[in-house]
Design a protein around this ligand. Structure first.
Ligand code: PAF
Length: 281
C-alpha cells in the first residue's frame, strides 16, 4: 500500500501506470467499516489499480459540531485496508491540498435532486459533495467510482454531476451492508452508545415493515404508521420519513403504476444523525 498526502505526487504516480490499466476509485471520509471494505473489494475485483481517498470534507457539513465530531481514525483505516493484502493506493490529504485559501463549495443545480430530503435538512450539503467529488474525480481520473447505496440521494446526485460535467467515469452503486441487528453500517455508528446502537435497529425494522405493507396500504397510511413507530420509541427522533420515486426522488403522494419507489428515513439516535433507505417494489 502506498499513501499519498499530496495530489501532485498522486497524479504523478498514477500517470506513470500503464495506459490500459483500469483505475477503480472509492472516495471515503474515513472511519472505515465493512461497508467501505465491500466497495474496495468490488473495486479490486473489477480494476487493475484501486485508489481509496480518506478525507473529511468540510464543505459538506452544514453543522460545525457535526464536522468536529465526525470520527477520524486514520490508523485503523490504514490497518483495515492493509488487511486486504492487495495493492491499494491511499490518498489522505489535508484540507489545504484540496481547497486553496477559500474552503467553500461551488453552487450546483442537480435538476432538483438537491432540493429533496437531505437537501431540505442539510443546507448546502450537496454543493459540498459535488465540489469535492468533482475535485477528486479530476485528480484520480478513474474508469469507475464506487458509492454506497446508503447515501442513495448522494449516489443519484453524483451520477448527475458526472453527466453535467461530462466526466468520463462510470458511477457504480453498491448495496448497503448491515450490522447483525439490521442497522445500516455507517461511520457515525461509532458514536452510538451500546444502548442506542440497539435502539437504532428501529430504523431498519420500520423500513422492512413499510416494504412488507407497501402493496396493501396507502402512502398516507404508511406515513402515519412510521410516525407512530418512532413516537413509541423515546430514544429515537424521526427527522423525516419519505416514500419517493427512485429516479426523481420526489415525494410520492400516491402510487403510480410502473414507477419504482424507495423509502427513506433520517433519524437522530441521541445526538447522532442516521440515514437509511430501502427499495419498495
Ligand atoms: O459518502 C461519503 O463518504 C462522502 O460524501 C464522499 C462521497 C466521500 C464525499 O466527501
Amino acid at each position: 500500500m502506498v499513501i499519498y498526502t499530496q495530489k501532485e505526487t498522486l497524479v504523478q504516480a498514477l500517470s506513470s501506470t500503464s495506459k490500459n490499466d483500469k483505475i477503480g476509485f472509492v472516495p471515503t471520509m474515513g472511519a472505515l467499516h465493512q461497508g467501505h471494505i465491500s466497495l474496495v473489494k468490488k473495486a479490486l475485483s473489477e480494476n487493475d489499480l484501486v485508489v481509496v481517498s480518506i478525507f473529511v470534507n468540510p464543505t459538506q457539513f452544514n453543522n460545525k459540531a457535526d464536522l468536529q465530531k465526525y470520527p477520524r481514525t486514520p490508523n485503523d483505516d490504514i490497518s483495515l485496508l492493509k488487511n486486504l493484502e492487495e495493492e491499494i493506493i491511499v490518498y489522505l490529504p489535508e484540507v489545504s491540498d484540496l481547497y486553496d485559501t477559500s474552503v467553500s463549495a461551488k453552487k450546483y443545480n442537480f435538476g432538483g435532486l438537491e432540493n429533496e430530503m437531505e437537501g431540505k435538512h442539510r443546507n448546502g450539503h450537496f454543493d459540498g459533495v459535488g465540489t469535492i467529488v468533482s475535485k477528486l474525480l479530476r485528480i484520480v481520473k478513474p474508469n469507475t467510482a464506487y458509492f454506497g447505496e446508503k447515501d442513495f440521494q448522494q449516489l443519484q446526485i453524483v451520477k448527475k454531476l458526472v453527466s453535467i460535467e461530462k466526466l468520463p467515469v462510470k458511477i457504480v452503486g453498491c448495496p448497503i451492508l448491515r450490522e447483525q441487528n439490521g442497522l445500516a453500517m455507517s461511520s457515525r455508528n461509532k458514536r452510538l452508545s451500546a444502548k442506542l446502537f440497539e435502539e437504532a435497529a428501529l430504523i431498519y425494522k420500520t423500513l422492512k415493515e413499510v416494504r412488507e405493507k407497501f402493496s396493501s396500504k396507502s402512502i398516507a397510511e404508511l406515513n402515519a404508521l412510521v410516525a407512530e413507530r418512532f413516537l413509541q420509541n423515546p430514544h429515537l427522533n424521526l427527522e423525516y420519513f419519505e416514500i419517493a420515486e427512485e429516479k426523481t426522488l420526489k415525494t410520492a403522494k400516491r402510487k403510480n403504476k410502473g414507477s419504482k419507489y424507495r423509502a427513506f428515513i433520517a433519524a437522530f439516535a441521541g445526538e447522532v444523525r442516521l440515514i437509511d433507505n430501502m427499495p419498495l417494489n
